[in-house]
Every structure is written in C-alpha cells, then in structure tokens.
Design a binder for this molecule. Structure first.
Ligand code: NAD
Length: 306
C-alpha cells in the first residue's frame, strides 16, 4: 500500500468522474474540481454511474475512500498528495494550470497529467519544480480499462515515478512505464497505426465497413486480448513474421494524410455518435443500448481475462 491517500482531480469532463470513482473505491479521499459549475454537477452522475460499474465488476471497497466536489482551486488542492490534471488537451492551458497548482501545493506533492500525448517535459518546462511532474495516462473508460501509462519527463524524479506506480497498484491497475517520451505515447500510437491501415483498406475499396469491423473484432481483436503482440510473435514464429513482413511492410499504408473517408464524413458534419451519424447511423434508442451493452461486455471480458 502506498502512503498516498488524498487526490485532487482537476477537470471533470469525460475522464475525471471515472478516475475519481476508481481512486475513492481504493480508499482515497478524492476532490473533484472543474471551472464549469455545470460540468461539476454532471460529474456527480458520471461518478455514480462509474461506481455502479465498479460494483458490477466486484471491485473491492477499501475503507476511508470518499469524494467531494470543489468549486474552488485552493479548496480542491488543500491537503492533496497527488494532483491529477484532466483539463482539455491544450499545451498552453496545461502549462497555465500546472503553474497554478505549483503555487498551492507543497514540494512533495506529485503533479500528474492525464494528457493523451503532450510531452510532460513541455508541460513542466517553466515550473520551479519540474521533477514532481509526470504523465499518468488513463484509458477511456477509466473505470473499466485497468492499464495506466506512466510517462516520466526528462526531469521527473525517482520519487514521483515510484509514488505514481504505487498509486496505480493500490487501485488494482497495471502501471505501464514508458522509457522515453514519444508523441501519442504507446497506446495511441498502436491504436492509430491500426486505424490508419483499417481506413486505408476502406478508402481503397478492399472491404466494406461492417466486414472490416467483423474481421478485426473476431480476428486480431479477440486474439490480442489473450495473446498480446510480443507473445503472438513467438507463437507465430519469428522466421514466419520476417518473411511476411519483408513483402507486406512495404505495401502497408504509410500515409501522413487523414483518410478520405473520414475527411468526407467530417465535412458533412457526420462526427459519430455525438451527431447521431458518422461511419454508421444511430437512433437515440440505439445509442442508449450500445452504451449499456458495451459496458456490460467490457465488464464480462475483464472478468474473463482476470
Ligand atoms: P473533456 O473536455 O471532456 O473535459 C475537460 C474538463 O476540464 C471540462 O469539464 C472543462 O470544463 C474542464 N476545464 C477546462 N479548463 C479547466 C481548468 N482551468 N481547471 C479545471 N477544469 C477545467 O476532456 P476529457 O476527455 O476528460 O480529457 C481530459 C484530459 O484527459 C485530456 O488531456 C485528454 O487528452 C485526456 N484523455 C482523454 C481521453 C478520452 O477518451 N476522452 C482518454 C485519455 C486521456
């Protein structure tokens, strides 16, 4: 068990409430803060929904956990041992809020960012104590995906690294350390490599949209969750991989452009579920069903994977 007990989560949009529910369940006193009173109010529902999913997962409740909603930065940061920033993905905003946190908290407090890909070294560049700044990248939905990328910046201290890892372990999640900062970190680089190839196959008319989803879901998707890439290479045989990669790699998409399918859809205002249409169409009823069904399946798969 780590010694970290009090956490301030700054920004309660998509990610804040679920992260708060996971940390509180593990016995931590969590303060949730947002500049928007409306977002802070919505966070209460998000927190309760995430707690319900944790119940279904059978996540243990450790004594001492709590949540409070703060509408004032100083009140949120008071007593915090870990500050977890989850404001929008803009470097200037992140630099500004970290400078503010630095003025409010003591020197031993870890300042973590949930950034999806901004180098931590840039966020911490103008701070007096960049050594306690670290990337702590949760995956969405944070109350269901049990892996957190930990990204040290160039000046991050060993104490901040060890403290962050111990918090991740305390909540029963897997800490995944990166050895150096790269744009998008690892999770998003792998995801975007998959997305680029999938979309290139659609753009080139090789396969239809439903068939592509079916292929990936029941082919590599299902398989990779049980046999991850490095293990899969050993299973397939490195000689087989080498001979296939030698003719296939040159043929794979290496386009730096966004796919034409995506460009066409976005120019028509079709942005996905949020506009009730993107690659597919959705009714309100289907959207509700999909959300419930996906949460249920993710709970079941996580239980099965152990
Ligand atoms: P979001 O836009 O849903 O929520 C951000 C919240 O921050 C909003 O409620 C906004 O009112 C609030 N905010 C704005 N300025 C603030 C300030 N100065 N202080 C406190 N709150 C402020 O964003 P999100 O999707 O929750 O993402 C937050 C961070 O987490 C981003 O860095 C994002 O890249 C990262 N992230 C997002 C996802 C995802 O799937 N959404 C996954 C992993 C990481």
């Amino acid at each position: 068990m780590s010694t970290y007990k009090r956490v301030a989560i700054m920004g309660t949009g998509t990610m804040g409430p679920g992260m708060g529910a996971v940390l509180a369940r593990a016995g931590m006193e969590v303060a949730l803060y947002d500049v928007s009173a409306e977002a802070l109010d919505r966070a209460k529902t998000g927190y309760d929904l995430a707690s319900g999913v944790l119940d279904r997962l059978g996540t243990k409740t450790i004594d001492g956990g709590s949540v409070r909603y703060a509408s004032d930065v100083a009140a949120a940061l008071g007593g915090a041992e870990l500050v977890l920033e989850a404001v929008p993905e803009k470097l200037d905003l992140k630099k500004q809020v970290f400078a503010e946190y630095e003025r409010h908290v003591g020197p031993s407090v870890i300042l973590a960012s949930n950034t999806s890909g901004i180098p931590v070294t840039k966020i911490a560049a103008d701070l007096e104590r960049p050594d306690r700044v670290i990337g702590m990248h949760w995956s969405n939905p944070p109350h269901l995906i049990p892996m957190i990328e930990i990204i040290p910046g160039q000046k991050t201290s060993e104490a901040a690294k060890a403290g962050t890892a111990s918090i991740v372990e305390d909540v029963g999640y897997y800490p995944c350390f990166l050895k150096k900062e790269v744009p998008g970190f690892v999770e998003n680089r792998v995801l975007y490599a998959i997305m680029r190839e999938c979309l290139a196959l659609i753009d080139e008319g090789v396969i239809g949209r439903e068939e592509l989803d079916l292929n990936v879901k029941w082919g590599i998707g299902y398989k990779l969750s049980v046999i991850p890439p490095m293990q899969l290479l050993d299973m397939a045989g490195l000689d087989i991989y080498s001979s296939v990669a030698s003719y296939l790699n040159p043929d794979l998409s290496n386009s730096a452009e966004v796919s034409s399918t995506i460009r066409d859809l976005t120019s028509q205002g079709r942005l996905g579920i949020k506009t009730k249409g993107g690659i597919f169409d959705y009714t309100d009823e289907q959207i509700g069903q999909l959300r419930a069904e996906r949460a249920m399946k993710l709970v079941a798969v996580r239980k099965a994977l152990g």
